[in-house]
Every structure is written in C-alpha cells, then in structure tokens.
Design a protein around this ligand. Structure first.
Ligand SMILES: N[C@H](CCC[C@H](N)C(=O)O)C(=O)O
Length: 277
C-alpha cells in the first residue's frame, strides 16, 4: 500500500507524522523500524500516528512509536508538531487542542508567534510509578553504571526519565553511559537518560540519550523532566530556558502537583508517500 506521510521536527528531534484518520494505517513494529531507518526508509527518531478521538472530551488521539518500533506513552517535541500538523492539514480549526495519549491528556496550543505551548501534565516522582526500582523516595538517588556510582533523579512525564546533573554536557559520556542507563535493571520499562548542566538559575544545557532512539538533538519530555529535577534540587527556578543541541525550549513549572508548560517550535519539512508492504 502507499502511505502518505509528513516529515516534521521539533528542534531537530525528527518525526514521521501519519494521518490515520483519512487513511487506514496498521503498522507492525518491523514496519515502523523500516520507516524510521535513515538508510533504507524515510528516517526519524519517532513515528507519530494521528487518530480520531476515542472519547468525547478530547479532539484527537496521539500514538507514538520510537525508531526501535516500540510504542511509548509520551513525546513532547512530537506534541508541538502534532498540533501544527492537524491545523495545517485542516483536521481542526482550533488553535488549542486536547489530545489523548497512552499516559493521559495533553493540551498543545498554537501561539500567534508561531511557537507552540504544551501543558505536559503533572510530573510523577513516586518511584513505583516512573517506574524506578527503589526503596527510597529521595529526590536524588545513587545508580551503579559501568562500575561507577552516579546520582540521578527519576521523573515520569508520562514516560520515564533518569536525570543526572553534570559539570559539562559536552564532556559527558552520553553514548556510553546513556546506553547503560537506558537498559538499567532498576528501570523495568527502560528509561530516557538526561544529562543536564546548570548554567544559572534560569538556564540549563541538556543532552538526552532517548529510550528506543539513542541520543537525539532535543527531547521535549526530557527537558520537562530536567527542569523538574533541577528545581527540586534547588539548582534553578522557574521559568527555565533549556539549551539542547537542536535549539532552545522554555519550560515553566510551579512545583509539585502543578503541570509543566513547554514552549518551542514545530517545523514541517516535507510531505511524501512511501510503499509499505
Ligand atoms: N524516547 C521517548 C519518546 C520520545 C520522547 C521525546 N522525543 C520527546 O520529545 O519527549 C521514550 O521512549 O519515552
């Protein structure tokens, strides 16, 4: 079959976006891996599927697949691209939409300046709900990685994150440690590994080795998790500008029990169609 797709990115975190409302789409993990392959397919970090709402209080349903073919709970940069896509495709005239994901409802909004703000929901810190195997609920916990003991904060934005404060993100062992943290046995659903450098009270630098995709140029939920972690550790105050390799995000968080608000760009690169057997 011929599959219509749109290629988009949020700060270089790139996506294949597929309209499953006006075309019938049922992709296997192997088909997702093929489409995500940067040599044999289209290439992307994640594949996003736009579906009709399954409940009356939301506008759309949003499914997210990592490049490794696994379906996951949330994608922040993808949420910004999602609202731009449904608007550009004429699937809605609303500028603020409610979207159902595997981990709950998010509310992306197209701003007048072309940026997109997303209410990413309330972060979860209870280890069992991240999930993170621990008999402590301390904000910072030790984790044995490659024979070293590092200090991480486990946060869920619907998807799991392990955030580590480092002196210099450029010198951090993102590839080596990121791969070990991603599959650490204390994260039974695997985890996104964030490496954050605090520049000042309102600015951090971030690199993320993403679950199911490897290091990406930016990670929206990773930026939210990193801001939650540095605020809880009293290393920064809201709002925080997050510098990623792909560009900057603005994150605001009012503290425990409050939602995280993320603002940043969403770009449509090209559209096409591809044969999927
Ligand atoms: N790799 C993530 C999903 C994509 C998240 C990221 N691209 C974002 O912008 O939040 C996970 O397995 O939870």
């Amino acid at each position: 079959m011929l599959l219509r797709f749109t290629k988009m990115h949020g700060l270089g975190n790139d996506f294949i976006v597929i309209d499953a409302i006006r075309q019938s789409v049922h992709l296997t993990p192997e088909q997702v891996r093929h489409l995500a392959d940067r040599h044999f397919g289209i290439g992307c970090d994640q594949l996003l599927v736009v579906e009709e709402a399954s409940r009356p209080d939301v506008d759309f349903r949003y499914r997210i697949f990592n490049a490794d073919g696994g379906e996951v709970e949330q994608c922040g940069n993808g949420a910004r691209c999602f609202v731009r896509f449904v608007h550009e495709q004429g699937l809605t005239a609303k500028r603020r939409i409610r979207v159902e994901t595997r981990s709950g409802i998010i509310a992306p909004q197209l701003e007048d300046d072309g940026l997109v703000t997303v209410d990413m929901g309330v972060p979860v810190l209870e280890p069992a709900r991240v999930p993170f195997v621990s008999d402590s609920d301390a904000i910072v916990q030790p984790l044995d990685v490659g024979g070293e003991t590092i200090a991480i904060t486990a946060v869920s934005m619907g998807n799991p994150h392990a955030v580590q404060v480092v002196a210099d993100v450029d010198a951090a062992p993102v590839a080596a440690h990121g791969a070990l943290i991603e599959r650490h046995p204390r994260f039974p659903a695997r985890v996104n590994a964030g490496f954050v450098q605090v520049v000042d009270a309102h600015r951090i630098r971030l690199r993320v080795f993403e679950r199911g995709a490897g290091e990406t140029l930016a990670c929206g939920t990773g930026a939210c998790a990193a801001v939650v972690a540095v605020i809880l550790c009293e290393l920064a105050q809201s709002p925080v500008r997050v510098e990623t390799r792909g560009g900057e995000l603005d994150i605001a968080w009012g503290g425990p029990g409050q939602p995280v608000l993320m603002t940043g760009p969403a770009v449509t690169v090209f559209a096409g169609e591809i044969a999927v057997d």
